[in-house]
Design a protein around this ligand. Sequence first.
Ligand code: MLT
Ligand code: ZN
Length: 451
Amino acid sequence: MSDLEDRLAEVVGEQHVLTDPDLKAPYETDWTRRFSGVARCVVRPADTGQVAAVVAACAEAGVPITVQGGNTGLVGAGVPAGGEVLLSLGRLTSLEPVDTLEAQVTAGAGVTLERLQQHARPHGQDVGVDLAARSAATIGGLVATNAGGIRVVRYGSMREQLTGIEAVLADGTVVSRLVGLAKDNTGYDLTQLLAGSEGTLAVITKVRLRLVPLLPARAVALVAVGGVAEALDLLAAARAGLPSLAAAELFLAEGLDLVRGHGRLAAPFAEPYPAYVVVECAARTDPTDELLEVLGECEAVLDATVASDVTGVAKLWAYRETHTEAISAAGVPVKLDVSVPLRELAGLVAELPAAVAAVAPSARPIIFGHLGEGNLHVNVLDAQDRAEEVTDAVLRLVAGKRGSISSEHGVGRAKAHWLGLSRSPSEIAAMRRIKAALDPAGLLSPGVLLD
Ligand code: MLT
Ligand code: ZN
């Protein structure tokens, strides 16, 4: 072990500094198998004090750090480029009691979303963000990437849940603002600055989150529609007529075929349709009637199946939520996550296949996502050898429609090269100045966000 590894072992204990290639391996590749890099070592601190000491030791040695939460990220931000100390926050699992008066909770960065949901729900509270990777995705990572998921249509993304943060700056200084005041206008909002900063400005060690009322009665409809334009008609009807609207998700015929083959799922309808929308309503009392009323009045609905029992709801959600694993089982996709204004969504879906085919003729685009935000997950199979060209073609198409090249997954290493398609030169210059002010030596997550 070198001087730095010895120093890190003094801080976290020898068993939490991994240098053996076999022990490091699970941290060095993302779960989609698209990003990997060799870490100098993996360090697993247990608390904020240890994180601060690790960061200070790395700063003193001039060694860069890559920060990793649950390693469920999709843009390579948590995977080393090569040679960094990989700082894994999975042991920061402290969880304070639910504050039912403020309707808030403070959680360590390494607490999984599922664990936090289980912690809040017995108190009649819930976390406003939910997503398919809930069992592994950690709260620190969700804040660092400003994760979205399936409830954004109702509660917003992770930054909207955030009322406070504790973080370690690049020199090892701890900044802590965890009181969670509902009103606090005392200058620059460091909490919000760190949300979505992807490990480039500081290491988030704890967060304080606003909770939402637990809504135990759920009704879910899987709705068949004629295409994306009709899906948007349904969205507009749901927004106007369903105060209980909790999710509105889109997938297409190709995606349904793939998840059915992967999970041996039965066909939801007697015949196939071009597009499908999952509409979920959540309330204190059964929202099925209001959901059925809106579906009955909406001309875009070609067929629908509705469930309100736990098993039925899970069965309908499986058609949407198993897209990612079904795609991953079919191959290593080129994975893009974009959003456009809703009025541009149908045009984007219509133009995408030709744009992809022009650079990768045998590629198979699978499109699904979060309808309410115009957020599409464009997963392109059989195109790994044309990844750069496919990415470029899709992101330019999106930018031409005033869209975002990363809607909810972040920029990471994967999209850093294309940031200029979504952000202006003056915005990027301002971001670089913020980065230089907080991390002058460029030691935190180098190559992520700003290349
Ligand atoms: C999802 O909405 O399922 C996720 O963002 C994952 C993905 O894009 O694969
Ligand atoms: Zn998503």
